[in-house]
Design a protein around this ligand. Structure first.
Ligand SMILES: [Zn+2]
Length: 275
């Protein structure tokens, strides 16, 4: 049997096993969604695990957000064999798919904006080597980072419960950059969750690119995760299986929770970084 035929057959079986999208929780599965996305990895090469069911709309609707994070999480000082080639490929892909995002980044590409950006980071205690380029992370990029963060929480919820979060549930997520954690990742965040996972296949360990802590509270129907993408992007995500849990618990009820089906909705609060 040809490789394409095998692939089609296994996708069909996957759809039969998981008929509902793990992101919106309601539309029918049409595709295998990789979380983390392939583009995060060197030469787009990753073990074939952490693969979730998604509908076409969620798959297409979050693909630019995947690209944005795959790029942003690469911005650092560490060079890897495929680093420059992968970066160039991702930039040309985003130029075609979401030119407005690239334009937003490039508004910082004047000498004056570069100087001001560097100064701003320096005041916050981030020490950049001389000449490190600075980009603008504006509302378009922030929205993509927020969509991605919520997607991460929904996808990992699926991974650990083997069912999508229903629309009676709610999800909430926050992201942080390497600039936020330039003094190191806070220990209370690392220790918040007790369990650990990463993407491994045999001896192939991608823990350097992606790893996470997580916890599940079956009694209260709670899920939490703290995820690292490369050296530059972190997500803290939570899901509750029943939205009533939120109104009965002052600690959890602080707004910002969305239903899975609203992942791609207007979500006005996605225009800003959630804190
Ligand atoms: Zn969907």
């Amino acid at each position: 049997m040809g490789q394409q035929k095998v692939k089609r057959r296994s996708t069909a079986e996957f759809i039969r096993n998981y008929p509902a999208c793990c992101l919106c929780g309601e539309r029918p599965t049409a595709t295998r969604e990789h979380m983390p996305p392939k583009a995060l990895f060197e030469n787009k090469h990753r073990p074939d695990k952490l693969v979730m069911p998604a509908c076409g709309e969620c798959n297409r609707g979050t693909s630019t957000s995947d690209l944005v994070v795959s790029l942003i999480s690469r911005w650092g000082f560490e060079q890897t064999p495929y680093g420059p080639a992968d970066h160039a490929k991702l930039v040309s892909q985003i130029r075609i798919q979401a030119p407005d995002v690239l334009l937003e980044w490039e508004t910082a590409f004047t000498p004056d904006m570069q100087r001001r950006g560097q100064l701003h980071l320096k005041r916050q205690g981030v020490d950049l080597p001389r000449g490190t380029p600075v980009v603008t992370i504006g509302p378009l990029t922030v929205r993509h980072l927020n969509v991605f963060s919520h997607k991460v929480a929904l996808a990992l919820y699926f991974e650990h419960f083997k069912r999508p979060l229903s629309n009676n549930g709610r999800v909430q997520a926050f992201w942080r950059s390497k600039e936020d954690f330039h003094h190191g990742v806070p220990l209370d965040l690392i220790n918040l969750m007790g369990k650990y996972n990463k993407l491994v296949q045999g001896r192939w360990d991608t823990g350097k690119t992606f790893e996470y802590k997580f916890d599940t509270n079956v009694n209260e129907g709670l899920f939490g995760c703290f995820v690292r993408f490369r050296q530059g992007f972190y997500v803290l995500g939570f899901a509750v299986e029943n939205k009533d849990t939120l109104s009965n618990n002052d600690e959890l009820e602080d707004g910002g929770w969305i239903a899975p089906r609203d992942l791609l909705g207007p979500n006005p609060h996605f225009a800003k970084r959630l804190i």
